[in-house]
Design a protein around this ligand. Structure first.
Ligand SMILES: Cc1cc2nc3c(=O)[nH]c(=O)nc-3n(C[C@H](O)[C@H](O)[C@H](O)COP(=O)(O)O)c2cc1C
Length: 519
C-alpha cells in the first residue's frame, strides 16, 4: 500500500516549497517556442457540438450566485434527477468553457470559466454516462475549444467507475459522472514540479463552479477523491506518465445502479495532437502521484471510511480579541445569478487600496465555508483547511492577522498591525495581497491529514483548498469585488501566523478587495 508510505508526501511537499532564496536562485525560464497547447485535441474523433455554443447566454437558472455556492442539495433516496444534454452543456460551459478571449501581439489567450494558474488549463473533463434523454451512453471527452463532446467509447461503462470507487453510492446512482484529469506538461512548462499542487488548486476552482451549477440546476453532485486510479486510466485510455485522473463528480440520481458492461475496455490508441515539440518530466511529481494511488477496491473502501479528523487542540479564543461575522438578510444580498457571476469573473490584476465592509467579508467567509459534499469530508461540514487572514482594510476590523473560527463564525485577532508589506512579501513579493483589502491563507495540519488519509490526503487537501478558493472568487465577484488566487513562500507563511500556526503547512492563498480597474 504505497499510499501509507507517508514519506512521499513530505518529500514532495518539501522539495516544492517556495522560499526567498530558491525563487531567486532558480534558473528556470519560459521557453515560449515550446509552449504547450492549452487543449487536448483528438485528431480523428468527430465533434458532437453541444447546445449553447460559446455564447454563455443559456437561459439562466435564476439562482443567485451566493445561494448556489453555499447550498448543498439533498435529494431524498429514490427520487430521480437526470440531467439532459442542455444541463450537461451548462455545467461543462460554466466549469471549463471559454468565457473570454484576449488578443496579444504573440497570439490569443482563451480564458475559461474558472481561474487556473498561469492560464495553462491542465485540467481535462470527461463524461461517463448511461443513456440520457438526448445523449447516448458512452465515454466522452469535453473539448472547450469547439464546445463539443467527442465519444471515446460507446455503451454504458459507468460500472467501471462504480467498481473503481468501491461502490461509492453517489457514483453507483449517478446517470452521469464527470471525471477530471490533469496533464503534467501543460502546467509544468511554467511551474515545474510545483505543478502537482496546482492540479488540486486548478481542479478545485473548477469544481467550485461545477458544484454551484449543479446546485442551481437542482442536480445532486459530490466530489470523489477515492478511486482505483489504474481502472480510471484504462477507461479513459490516458497514459499516466502524462495525464492522471484527479477527481470525479457524479451528477444526478437514479434508483437503479448500472449493470456490468458487456463491452470490454481495451486500449483505444487514439491519436492526439502533441502539446509541444518536447516535454520535460519531473519524476518527483510522478512519484507523488504513484505513492498516493489506491490499488484496489478494498483499499478505496478503507480509505473512504467515516473517521473524521479530530479538531486541533487549539488554545481557547480570547473573547476580547474576537469579532463575530456580520450577517446580512438574504434580501440585502446581491441577486446576480451564478451564470452572470461566472461569466464576469476574472482574476484582479491590481487592487485599489480601499476598504471593503465587514458585512462583505462575512458574506464571503460564511458562504464559501458552508460545507463541500466530498467523500473525504464526512460527516458533511468537515473541512481540512483552516483560514488565516491578513486584514489590510476592512471597515469594522482593526488591521492585523486573524484566524477564522469556522464553527463559531467569528474572527479572532492574533496580532494587530499594518501588515501590507508582509502580505505582499508572503505572496511571493507581488503587490496584489498587499494592496488587497484582505489576504486569506489556507493552512492545514498536513501530518494529521496524511496519517488519516495516507498520501492521498495531499491530493484532498489541495483540492479542498482549490474549491474553497473558487468559492471565494465567486462570492467576491457576486458582491462586485475583485479576487485572485496567489502563490506564496511556504514556511514564511507558517512563521508569520505562529505561534498559532506552528506545525501547520501553507496550502493556498486568495486576495480579495476592490479592483483598481473600476476606479
Ligand atoms: C491557485 C492560483 C494561483 C494563482 N497565482 C497567481 C499569482 O501568483 N500571481 C498572479 O498574478 N496570478 C495568479 N493567479 C491568477 C491566474 O493567473 C489566472 O487565474 C489566470 O491567468 C486565468 O485568468 P482569469 O482568472 O482572469 O480567468 C492564480 C490563480 C490560481 C487559481
Amino acid at each position: 500500500m504505497a499510499n501509507r508510505n507517508l514519506k512521499a508526501t513530505w518529500t514532495y511537499h518539501d522539495v516544492t516549497k517556495h522560499s526567498y532564496w530558491n525563487v531567486r536562485s532558480s534558473m528556470h525560464y519560459l521557453d515560449w517556442a515550446n509552449r504547450p497547447l492549452p487543449f487536448k485535441i483528438y485528431r480523428t474523433l468527430p465533434a458532437m457540438p453541444l447546445p449553447l455554443h460559446g455564447t454563455g447566454a443559456a437561459p439562466p437558472s435564476g439562482m443567485a450566485a451566493l445561494a448556489a455556492i453555499s447550498q448543498t442539495l439533498v435529494v431524498p433516496v429514490g427520487e430521480v434527477a437526470v440531467p439532459d444534454l442542455k444541463a450537461l452543456a451548462q455545467i461543462l460551459y460554466f466549469s471549463a468553457g471559454i468565457t473570454k478571449k484576449k488578443t496579444y501581439p504573440g497570439g490569443e489567450i482563451y480564458f475559461r470559466a474558472a481561474s487556473c494558474t498561469g492560464a495553462l488549463y491542465e485540467v481535462e473533463l470527461y463524461l461517463v454516462c448511461g443513456d440520457l434523454p438526448d445523449l447516448e451512453s458512452g465515454v466522452y471527452h469535453f473539448g472547450p475549444a469547439d464546445f463539443a463532446l467527442r465519444r471515446l467509447r460507446s455503451g454504458d461503462h459507468r460500472e467501471v467507475l462504480v467498481r473503481a470507487t468501491a461502490g461509492e453510492p453517489a457514483v453507483a446512482h449517478a446517470p452521469a459522472t464527470i471525471v477530471c484529469t490533469c496533464t503534467y506538461w501543460r502546467n509544468a512548462w511554467k511551474y515545474q514540479a510545483r505543478t502537482y499542487r496546482h492540479f488540486g488548486w486548478d481542479n478545485g476552482t473548477m469544481l467550485a463552479n461545477t458544484l454551484a451549477m449543479c446546485s442551481s440546476l437542482t442536480l445532486p453532485a459530490r466530489v470523489i477523491c477515492g478511486f482505483v486510479d489504474s481502472e480510471v486510466y484504462r477507461l479513459l485510455d490516458v497514459d499516466p506518465r502524462h495525464e492522471v485522473a484527479f477527481s470525479m463528480v457524479p451528477l444526478g440520481q437514479m434508483s437503479v445502479a448500472p449493470v456490468e458492461s458487456r463491452q470490454g475496455i481495451g486500449p483505444l490508441r487514439l491519436d492526439t495532437v502533441p502539446l509541444s515539440k518536447t516535454e520535460v518530466e519531473y519524476p518527483v511529481m510522478q512519484e507523488m502521484h504513484e505513492e498516493s494511488s489506491l490499488g484496489g477496491e478494498e483499499e478505496v473502501a478503507l480509505w473512504r471510511g467515516l473517521t473524521a479528523l479530530t479538531d486541533r487542540p487549539w488554545p481557547m479564543p480570547r473573547t476580547e480579541q474576537c469579532v463575530p461575522l456580520l450577517f446580512s438578510n438574504n434580501d440585502e444580498l446581491p441577486p446576480d445569478t451564478i451564470e452572470q457571476v461566472i461569466q464576469r469573473r476574472g482574476s484582479t490584476r491590481r487592487f485599489a487600496r480601499e476598504p471593503i465592509t465587514l458585512a462583505q467579508l462575512s458574506t464571503l467567509l460564511d458562504r464559501s465555508t458552508r460545507g463541500i459534499p466530498a467523500d473525504f469530508l464526512q460527516p458533511f461540514g468537515e473541512q481540512i483547511n483552516e483560514l488565516y487572514l491578513i486584514v489590510n482594510a476592512v471597515e469594522g476590523l482593526k488591521p492585523g492577522a486573524y484566524l477564522f473560527h469556522r464553527r463559531k463564525r467569528m474572527l479572532e485577532c492574533l496580532k494587530e498591525g499594518d501588515f501590507r508589506n508582509e502580505a505582499s512579501y508572503l505572496g511571493l513579493e507581488q503587490e496584489l495581497p498587499g494592496d488587497a483589502s484582505v489576504a486569506i491563507f489556507y493552512l492545514a495540519d498536513l501530518q494529521a491529514i496524511v496519517e488519516r488519509f495516507g498520501n492521498r490526503g495531499y491530493r484532498a487537501v489541495q483540492l479542498e483548498a482549490g474549491i474553497l478558493g473558487g468559492k471565494v472568487y465567486l462570492a467576491a465577484y457576486a458582491q462586485r469585488l475583485g479576487a485572485t488566487g496567489l502563490t506564496f513562500f511556504d514556511d514564511d507563511v507558517t512563521r508569520f501566523f505562529s505561534p498559532h500556526a506552528t506545525g501547520m503547512s501553507a496550502i493556498f492563498l486568495m486576495a480579495v478587495g476592490k479592483s483598481a480597474k473600476r476606479l
